[in-house]
Design a protein around this ligand. Structure first.
Ligand code: DAH
Length: 373
């Protein structure tokens, strides 16, 4: 920086003379006009309007000039800097507007373009329902239990108090594997998972088990040699039928909607005592058996065939003989169990008339249930 001058010598202040200042200004203005985008302009601002730019340095020089020179140079440099700053602001505005316009163009989505036409497929409605049911129970703190499809006869029948003379053990219902002396079956229900769970875990037990089961049924609109069930099992201290009823009511509401309750009808299952058939109040007619047909007319409800209730599955208090067979102390623990068909649940929930629709692999059928992943 120059030292203070005692007298005004125009020769000494040439760097701040009109020509130089105008040249700095013009150079800056040219650079501003030439900045192609906001980033480039930022650099121009540093180079031509920053503290270390020619005009910035010139500004610093002013202080060292004698009064008259200071006034002249101050005015010139001030005006030049003002012009540069104004040009910077104007250019900034233009470039920002351009950038925005550019973004609108490049980020435009042409909704008329053809999309990827490869069909995404659909998850199977039975898979979706099984997962949904599992989620309902997991949300209550239960666990999901699994067992093999090819099962020991003892677990499928004996452990569940199904004596050797029980009709379900005859060749009509059960797929036996060979050789017969191995006593291995395709599980006829998900109930052997109850036995497996009690044998491998210690109470408290809260499990739900959706899965495939097999029976030697004809393949028709309401039967299939392979279908799906969901089993529930609770073993804990002080468990009663009231806990069973509450759990099933919650299950019913979660699947069929608010206000959908269950009722028990006395029944018999070897693995529960007492046992009950569980019915669901019809979610279409809400128990009345009839639906509005316009005006004051009403017709029989098709979903429950006028019954007002829909058969859903079996349930009961776990038979102490089962607890003993599976190593659970019946003096300390009680429990409940239930089992229902998943395919059947889907059929009446969605008005599916033919069970075979689930097994024919037509993705158009599956897609109607949604394609959620
Ligand atoms: N296992 C029975 C069946 O396949 C269904 C069932 C009934 C399961 C009562 C249970 C139960 O757990 O308590 O028909």
């Amino acid at each position: 920086m120059s030292g203070p001058n005692s007298s005004y010598d125009p020769v000494q202040v040439t760097p701040l003379g009109e020509e130089q200042v105008f040249a700095m200004r013009d150079e800056a203005l040219a650079a501003i006009a030439g900045a192609a985008d906001v980033d480039a302009l930022k650099q121009v601002r540093t180079d031509h309007a920053g503290d270390r730019s020619p005009l910035g340095l010139a500004n610093r020089e002013i202080g060292a000039l004698p009064p008259q020179a200071k006034k002249d140079a101050g005015m010139r440099v001030g005006q030049a800097r003002g012009a540069v700053n104004q040009a910077l602001a104007a250019r900034q505005e233009i470039l920002e507007a351009e950038a925005e316009e550019q973004m609108l163009v490049t980020e435009t989505v042409d909704v008329t373009l053809p999309w990827d036409r490869t069909p995404a497929g659909a998850r199977h409605p039975i898979t979706l329902m099984s997962e949904r049911i599992a989620d309902i129970f997991v949300a209550m703190g239960w666990e999901v239990a699994e067992g093999p499809l090819v099962e020991a006869e003892w677990l499928n029948f004996d452990a569940l108090n199904l004596g050797a003379d029980h009709p379900a053990r005859t060749m009509q219902d059960t797929f036996w594997t060979e050789p017969a002396e191995n006593h291995v079956v395709l599980r006829t229900h998900t109930s052997p998972v109850q036995a497996r769970t009690m044998l491998t875990r210690t109470p408290p037990i809260y499990v739900v088990c959706p899965g495939r089961v097999f029976r030697t049924d004809e393949y028709d609109a309401t039967h299939s040699p392979m279908f799906h069930q969901v089993e529930g099992l609770v073993i804990d201290e002080g468990i009663t039928m009231a806990h069973l009823k509450g759990s099933l009511d919650h299950f019913a509401q979660a699947v069929f909607g608010e206000g959908i309750t269950t009722r028990f009808r006395p029944s018999y299952f070897p693995f529960t005592e007492p046992s009950a058939e569980v019915d669901l109040i019809c979610f279409v007619c809400r128990g009345s058996g009839v639906v509005d047909a316009g005006g004051s007319a009403s017709v029989q409800c098709r979903t429950c065939r006028g019954e007002g209730w829909i058969e859903w599955g079996g349930c009961g208090v776990v038979n102490p003989r089962v607890l003993v067979a599976c190593g659970v102390d019946p003096e300390r623990y009680t429990g409940f169990a239930f089992g229902m068909g998943i395919d059947r649940t889907l059929m009446f929930r969605h008005g599916v008339g033919d069970l075979r629709s689930f097994f024919e692999g037509d993705v158009r059928f599956a897609r109607a249930f949604g394609t959620e992943i």
